[in-house]
Ligand binder design. Sequence first.
Ligand code: AMP
Length: 806
Amino acid sequence: MLRVFVEICRYPLGMTGGQIQDEDISASSQWSESTAARFDGDGAWCPDIMSELDGVKEYLQVDLRTLHFITLVGTQGRHADGMGNEFAQRYMIKYSRDGSNWVGWHDRKGRQVIEGNRNAYDVVLKDLEPPIIARFVRFMPVTDHSMIVCMRVELYGCEWLDGLVSYSIPDGHQMIYRGLDVYFNDSVYDGASAERLTKGLGQLTDGTWGLDDFLHSPIYSMSPGYDYVGWSNKSFPKGYVEMIFEFDHVRNFTSMKVHCNNMFSRGVRMFRQATCYFRSGPDWEADPVTLRPTVDRVSQIARFVTVPLGDRTASLIKCRFHFSDLWMLFSEVAFQSGKNGVRCGCVGETFSEASRDDPTHKVDDSNTRILIGCLVAIIAILLTIIVIILWRQVWQKMLEKASRRMLDDELTAHLAIQTQAFSLNHSSLSSEGGSTSNSTYERIFPLCADYQEPSRLIRKALAVGASDSAPHYAEADIISLQESSDSSTYSITAVNMNLFAGTDSSMKEFPRHKLTFKEKLGEGQFGEVHLCEAEGMQDFLDEVLSIEGNNESPLLVAVKTLREDANKNARNDFLKEIRIMSRLRDPNIVRLLAVCVDTDPLCMITEYMENGDLNQFLSNKITLFFFSVYSTLSYSKLIEMAVQIASGMKYLSSLNFVHRDLATRNCLVGKNYTIKIADFGMSRNLYRGDYYRIQGRAILPIRWMSWESILLGKFTMASDVWAFGVTLWEILTLCKEQPYSHLSDEQVIENTGEFFRDQGKQVYLPKPPCCPERVYTDLMLSCWRRNAKQRPSFQEMHTQLMESLV
Ligand code: AMP
């Protein structure tokens, strides 16, 4: 809660989306005309760095036109479809609110240089801690002049509605508390500091509110007292601290909210009186506004105190805050003015107790305004969402048409479809089982507990990696660049391409009339899965499968059927899954035996796995004994299963094939605890360069997904490794519960944000009781390392698991 504003205010500000026009982007120099600072340039801005003599000089400047609260920046190098390989390894940022006074950004420890890119493709995001309030931002590459640097950039944040351009205060003091030095200075103030701090903004506007106990900070690893600016009563003979706030123009002020500490057991208390003077012309107006809040002598909770400003107009406000104890500590000050005030309105909602005590307040009035403002905002957002949904549906339909046409062409060319008549159709399959379904494809694919819509959730988290928009400055799409350029990590590679390039010639059309329905095995994304007897299937099997002892006739097979009312999109995806599966040959991957695709309903015939999916299988092995959960499976049996999954994944990784949806529910169990990986439903969407969508919605198995898959849409072998860690956890907990069952979907996404921030606040799945410490720390936890490159390979994990069996 304490950093709520910083957490929420992370919207791309327009470099990626093109809202920032060419005239708002400028640069000190350019390497060539095509690499100038333009939105439609050669993919990036490249300065003429070679002519720079010393120090950092060249810059790319963005004018956001109005003041913005900027929390995050993203950079990327220049790839230009393989033609470029330039990037900035390090850079600095300068910013300005008025275009003439420039301030060099530095982090809370005083470091100015930001680590940038290591290659031309990856987007590197950097949290600005502290955030900045600026209209103009300059990116300045730091280079040794040995190479050309190029940058694409994006800024993230939101509009700064307070209009506050600077405050002037006496700098904070140092407290010695039980021998501990506690500094209450404004350590991120960006103006001038002499007797008073002037012409700048700092901690009082950094969006971070201090904790009740001022010795602790919500910001990781900062010194005691860090979040507060505080003053000792002793240093102010008049008994008050004077602050002057300067605004961008004359505004009509409703209220001011001051976040105060109230730890009176340590001599700190909120102010007992605030008197504010107003100025819109040359002189201060005579009649100030005064608030005398009831000083809280009971609760030590830090709180926002609202000072009503009586709709006074001003461009300058001077407030005197009177001490009520030895110390006065503030961590945030926000203003609500007639025009705007979204930020302060939301802040004040929770913490206006002091103002309620004072009958002179117009709290109800201001709250009504806030409420109306919020309602209008919500209605506007809803309308926008409806327009987007409608637009996407139209767009989706157009895409469907195009891809259908392409796919039909491809299929004619590649699929070895035999023009055979067959008698057994989908309705006969269903009706024999008494389970004819009228439900539509969409309806049977709801957002079940394991899959979630990312757009809804990501909006709540970081807003750094929305599925469609990649954070960069240029015309090319980052995600597709990544996928096509880094063969070692990304899913689309030469081999993978082949998986899509055609269909294995050995995949044959099976005569439908030779399939006899036995029972319904389950229901999946596309339709039902049936157990069938397949007459004469032996002729369709190659040597390996025949040797495996499938000599009986008729052979039992699983038949996955696309429901007849499935839309074209689903049909295309079903055919793509067929093409992927037809190329995979491994003892731990479910084998596609034949297909029925020359007439509807489309069917894929796979080997039958007697014991169903691994999730159900393990859940069924749980028994309760004296209120404790036991499994009839030994630990080594469980590890043997994990070994088989690792082996199947090792095979997929040898093809650079990314599964995207590894989980126990997508592994099948055959005879003698044989495990095979199935369900290539997510991976069939690789070439859409997008998430899986149904009616414009994307659904994702967020509890199995790596942070970079959720936030950046990156699906790689390393994100499959992450999912393997979760699958291993499921196995060793016998699928008793969902991963992170104590967290809501929103909290899972928030946790993803913590993995991204890496400040030690991320929550890991706990060690399953039966899991040895070594397997947990060396294997499971290593799958969830933030840095994808530091995660183990499937080869390594397979070996490690085998060794743990010995
Ligand atoms: P799917 O559409 O692949 O998610 O399959 C839905 C359900 O059908 C699975 O959860 C399994 O219980 C069952 N199933 C799918 N394929 C097979 C198979 N080859 N053998 C046995 N059961 C299967």
